[in-house]
Ligand binder design. Structure first.
Ligand code: SAM
Length: 209
């Protein structure tokens, strides 16, 4: 499958419409988890299998990967998992108008290394406001990256816009969620392991009150 290596998020400027939820998940009463930038979808699919008591929503701007991961969900007969094509920056008033999420996973966001491309990086302080609005109180944001500078930048954004309580902000050799999800890894995380790259893991929580 040929997939664009990188898509400029500014090329998608229309919000994804709110799905007809009853056509998406078979049990709408389940709590909702969100993964932003599902990529090839290994973590997304395996987590949906491992956590049948949750609905799992993904966002992805590479449409071929959206189709690919939704096809994998269908083959696995998952009725609690769907990836939406769309820019996660633009979803607050549509997709999340009526549904808030319990946890958010952002794994290996694109580093956009060139100076003139850095505005394309997923996490910035305005986006933290979006995440705050769509997350339920007590909900967590899990971020991991193998790019140290990016992890420092992301930490800086969270410090500048202190909406969330930092739970884990240092280099962390093992994923804090691993005990629950066993050895589930995103595709990029597995590559990082295989190449002995350090992984910087950050966890933030929306305060309960
Ligand atoms: C480096 S890949 C990581 C994929 C996967 N999380 C993993 O760990 O293997 C980052 C993904 O985020 C997606 N992405 C980037 N900006 C996005 C945005 N604004 N909204 C939704 N997805 C985005 C990209 O298309 C890409 O698939």
């Amino acid at each position: 499958m040929r997939v664009h290596r990188l898509v400029n998020p500014f090329s998608i400027f229309k919000p994804t419409p709110e799905p007809v939820w009853s056509e998406v998940f078979s049990n709408l009463d389940l709590p909702l988890e969100l993964e932003i930038g599902t990529g090839q979808g290994n973590f997304f699919i395996e987590k949906a299998k491992a956590r049948p008591g949750f609905n799992h929503l993904g966002f992805e701007i590479r449409y071929k990967l959206v189709d690919h991961v939704n096809e994998l969900a269908k083959k696995s007969h998952l009725n609690n998992a769907l990836v939406l094509y769309g820019n996660a920056w633009l979803c607050r008033e549509t997709v999340f108008k009526h549904h808030k999420v319990n946890n958010i996973y952002i794994f290996f966001p694109d580093p956009w290394e060139k100076d003139r491309h850095q505005k394309r990086r997923l996490i910035h302080t305005d986006f933290l406001e979006v995440l705050f609005e769509i997350l339920k109180p007590g909900g967590k944001i899990y971020v991991q990256t193998d790019v140290k500078e990016l992890s420092l930048e992301i930490k800086g954004h969270f410090a500048q816009k202190p909406l969330f309580t930092p739970l884990q902000t240092d280099y962390y050799p093992e994923a804090p969620w691993r005990s629950e999800f066993q050895d589930l890894m995103s595709n990029r995380e597995r590559e990082a392991y295989q190449n002995n790259l350090p992984i910087y893991r950050l966890v933030y929580q929306k305060p309960v009150v």
